[in-house]
Design a protein around this ligand. Sequence first.
Ligand code: MG
Length: 238
Amino acid sequence: MKALLLDLDDTLLDYSGGAEHCWTEACRAVAGTLDLVRLVEALTVSRRSFWDDPERQRRERVNMLRAWTQIAARALEAYGAPAPGLAAAIAAEFSARRRAVMALFPEALACLGVLRAAGVPLGLVTNGDATEQRWKIERCALAPFFGAIVIEGEVGAGKPDAIVYRTALKALGVAPGPDVWMVGDHLEFDVAGAQRLGLHGVWMDRAGAGLPAEATVRPDRIVRALDEVVRAFATISP
Ligand SMILES: [Mg+2]
C-alpha cells in the first residue's frame, strides 16, 4: 500500500447512526402541537425523496443547512401545515443535535495512528458542505493524520470525478495505481470512481450486509472496519 485515501462520513465518522433520533428530537423541541409521529413519518419520506434525485443531491449536499430546511419544509407541506419559519427551526435544531452526537467509529483513531506511524501517506476525500466537513474534521482532530484533505465544497468537484482523487494524490506526491487504496462506504463515489483511475477500491460494509443485489460495482476488497485495512497493510508490507 503506497498510499491510502479515506472517505469521511460513515467510513471514519458515524454520520448516519444518530440521524433518525435527531430528527425526532428536533421536531419534539420546536413543532409545538403538531403530531410528532405523523411529522417524523413525513420527514422520513421527504428525506428519501430529496436525496434520491442524484442531480439534486449533487447540487444541495454542499449546503446542508439549506438542504435540511428544504426537507423540513416539504415534510410540513405533506403534513398539511406549511410553515417556512418552522422548517428553518427544525433544520437548526437537527443540525445542533447532530453535531452533539456525531463521533468517530471506535477503531478509527487507533487505526489512523498505526498507519501514520507506519509512514503510509493518508488522504481524506469527502463530498459535501465545506463548513460541515471542516467542522467534523476539527471536532474529531483528524487533520494531523492527513497529508491531503480534499472537500467537495472547497475544491468545487466531488467524487466520483477523477480530479478529486488526483488532487489528493498530487498533494501526497503519489501516482495513481493499484497500490493506492481508496476506502469508503459508497460504491460509486468511493469504489467505482477510484477503480476507474486504477486505484484499489475498498468498500466499507460496516453493516456486513454484503453487496446489494442490484449492484454492478465489484470492489477489490470488502471490509467491515478500518482495522481490517490495517491488518491487510501489515500483511502486504515487507
Ligand atoms: Mg461516506
